[in-house]
Design a protein around this ligand. Sequence first.
Ligand code: N01
Length: 537
Amino acid sequence: MTREAQGLNGLELDVAVIGAGFAGLYALKKVRDDLDLNAQAFDDAGGVGGTWYWNRYPGCRVDTEAHVYQYSFDETLMKEWEWSERYPLQPEVLSYMNAVADKHDLKRSINFSTRIVKAEWIEDLAKWELTTAGGQTFRAKFVIEGVGLLSSTKVPSFPGEADFKGIVHHAARWPDDADLSGKRVAVIGTGSTGTQMIVELSKSVDELFVLQRTPQYVVPLGCGPFPEHERARIKEDPAAFRDWQLDTAAVFGFKEATISAHDVTAEERERVFEDAWQNGNGFAFMLNTFSDIIVDEAANKAATDFVRKKISEIVDDPETAEKLMPSDFYAKRPLATDDYYETFNKDNVTLVDVKEDRIDRILAEGLKLQSGRVIEVDVIIYATGFDAITGNYLKIDTTGRDGLALADKWKDHPTAMMGLCISGFPNMFMIFGPFSPFTSQPLVHEWQVNWIAGAIKETLDRGAGSFEVTQKAEDEWVKACDEVAAMTLFSKTDSWINGSNVEGKSRQNYFYMAGMAQYMSDVKDITDAGYKGFAFG
Ligand code: N01
């Protein structure tokens, strides 16, 4: 374990960037190189990558197509970078991020192994004072938090954990030296992480127990070599390719469907779903088959009936198939993993329904369920998700104007403006914070960082000490977000998207669900109106 570098005490920065993942790397580049400000970044990790640094579990790959999941600011790199697969594995994504950081000489401005634990607004100085886990303090006029949407891990606590004689891993803190071949392994959790890992582990472990609480709809991913036609399209005109992507609702590399599931015959619906299933990609299955899957209950049912039918066709054992079939709406973050349902036909894989028979406690030899059944394993893996969206910000003890603690502000019903700012916390910006558009991330990070850089420049050009959104503007933004989200079925299912996966967390909408094109237009209107709803102090 590396320790944080010394020498930060007393440092005075224009901008402190927290995080060196997709968001933080570009923010650093933008403010340091384009705005020519004195900026440094800080990351708990020992290298760049953010989520792609930490998530090294077997089978980890990006389930968004590679050409969408990359930066666009460096058009030369866009043309030159050769993705090997349509959905690259984690090491390839991480090597891409290292290549970006090296090409733009970013690492010299990043303090690795340095966790920021505290941020306090000093009113008299109009600056933030930041404290590291090692107790060093320094100041910055502006703070940009690129701390990730899904980085605050959620690990349930079961009685008897200390008794376990085997090994415990969390998927998002995977050690490089983990060797599970020939072992008996239990995976708790069947979200995106769990499903990817389950398929991969089933190839090498002796016995795999999949502890599933709530089944989800899993469509194939459609892995394969990177498509040549996409490569050609990027090389021809990278900027046009980027602009085309941003002008969609979800920025997943396709224009969303415009035809209702009700406007076609049952046979045609079946054909559309079958084509989407064969092509793979969870977001395409949800958003590019029919326009109303996520807003209309009957359209949603057509999609869920199709997936349930696939499960019954693929899974040999009818009882296992039944347990794998979800019964809620298809309105969570969509899952896509090749061979997921096929994996349950393997002799070394056992599905355990822990909703029906809950995990009671951990024993020395494994897990005991409420029925008294004992699952003997050598390894327990938590793929139990994250305190998403807000959890990452709350890990930093943040105090804004007039002693307002972020933890208090967000205690009952978190609010924020455009996913970018929080009233009461001047000169502090978030990248992909709460109430950001519900989209793929890297291109949207860039768009948001460009906006942040514009706001910083405007503040400096005006000779102002602070830039802050008003509570009124923030409340209006959140109200508008709530109204759109209430029209979708996402509000009727339980998932990290509405905070219902974390006990005690406010169950509410946390996204702007009107789509990226509309988001850009709304933010532009506010900006063009002289930053309407913001105050320069
Ligand atoms: O987390 P999740 P994730 N006992 O919250 C179960 C991104 N991602 O890490 O549904 C038993 O989706 C929980 O059960 P339930 C992506 O955005 C991207 O898988 O609460 N089970 C659920 O099954 C994704 O959406 C990629 O009943 C418990 C699972 O754990 C997001 O990360 C890859 C439990 C958690 O699922 C989060 O995915 C991976 C308990 N006490 C992830 N507590 C890419 O490909 C929780 N569970 C880019």
